[in-house]
Unconditional design. Sequence first.
Length: 205
Amino acid sequence: MATMGRPRTFDRDKAIEQAMYLFWQNGYESTSLSQLKAGINNGISAPSFYAAFGSKEALFRECVQRYLSTYGQVTASLWDTSLAPRDAIETTLRRSAKMQCDPGHPKGCMVGLGVMSAPSAENAAVVEPLTKSRERTRAGFASNIQRGIDRGELSENTDIQALTATFDAFLLGVSTLARDGAALTDINNSITSIMSLWDLCKARK
């Protein structure tokens, strides 16, 4: 009598990573259940999928948390007060650009690209964690600009909202550049240019 082989062990941690890459590449709405089931652990049955994750929405939320706790940490320097405010912003931009251009995973930023992940009103709540992450990043830019003013590095007349919007818009734009195949060298040169706006706002001694 033939001996039955041991059932394949379901690697849930690996499955989350595989699903995260699919959502990262395609967005929430454009990633179908059939794509997820085919892409997880070289194929997973519908009953096993629902038993493991409950729903596509629940899986997406887990994937977002995985992303934010790993790749999304490139913005952590915005809250590192041991860094000078200008350095905190520049470090964030350069770390993010390097991550977004890395060939080892989908190009771009899942948080930045997530703004296009759920265009329908019924799915708006699904991407709320990504929305909140973008809001937190904007708050980080604003906090460092305010620190720059408080430390006498920037003029008291600096328009905090305008400068925050400029850095934020640039960072969001990097996602599109990376997805379109822009070279990291070119993006880093652009970061050097965008940081010159900080220098234009310097307080006069």
